[in-house]
Design a protein around this ligand. Structure first.
Ligand SMILES: CC(C)(COP(=O)(O)OP(=O)(O)OC[C@H]1O[C@@H](n2cnc3c(N)ncnc32)[C@H](O)[C@@H]1OP(=O)(O)O)[C@@H](O)C(=O)NCCC(=O)NCCS
Length: 173
């Protein structure tokens, strides 16, 4: 039987990273590559999940990412990640990406996503994580709406599995 782990607040693991958008981060439109943002999303949310669990974690899934506005060369991009919900061994992290025109101070929401991590023990097996304690209005809203997102992910996963089962997906690799 699992030992009851002590709950932790969201602010104990919240992780923020700001970066300057350099020429090497941009495409031929002078805006940041989507893949660069995805990499920040994975990295910053993984730190939040490891701060929460104090265990190694693997990324189990990243929800769809909608890029709302482009972030331009010379802007900063700030990635803010915090734990919104926990299961037995999984941790859901919400990620906001905010771009800032450093000359005018104008900030815009560039993208959001949810990333799910699974904490692993020394044998690489899923291991229990502490429950999360939401405190602010935003944290409570995201906590209360998590079961619906988890249900949608499970349904998507089952549909994907059925798709794999109907094809020999690795045959031609
Ligand atoms: C994630 C992984 C550890 C889950 O292993 P598993 O054998 O399916 O484990 P379980 O069925 O016991 O599920 C463990 C938890 O993960 C959750 N989970 C599993 N797959 C998931 C997915 N695709 N999305 C969200 N949650 C998922 C389960 O709901 C369960 O949560 P809970 O304990 O909080 O209820 C395994 O699929 C894996 O190692 N995947 C590769 C991870 C990786 O390498 N990531 C880097 C990118 S390739």
């Amino acid at each position: 039987m699992d030992m009851e782990l002590k709950g932790k607040t969201v602010k104990e693991s919240r992780t923020v990273k700001a970066s300057l958008i350099l020429p090497s981060d941009t495409n031929h439109h002078g805006t940041i590559f989507g893949g660069t943002i995805m990499s920040y999303v994975d990295e910053v949310s993984a730190i939040a999940a490891m701060r929460h669990s104090r265990k190694p974690v693997v990324t189990a899934s990243i929800d769809s990412v909608d890029f709302i506005v482009p972030a331009k060369l010379g802007f900063s991009v700030c990635v803010d990640a915090f734990v919104t919900s926990t299961g037995r061994t999984s941790i859901e992290v919400f990620v906001k990406i905010i771009s800032e025109n450093l000359q005018t101070g104008e900030r815009q929401l560039t993208a959001t996503s949810f990333v799910t991590f699974v904490a692993l023990d020394e044998d690489g097996k899923p291991t229990p994580v502490p429950p999360i304690i939401p405190e602010t209005e935003e944290e409570i809203y995201l906590y209360q709406t998590a079961p619906q997102r988890i249900k949608m992910r499970r349904e998507r996963r089952n549909a994907t599995q059925q798709f794999y089962d109907s094809l020999d997906i690795t045959k031609d690799i």
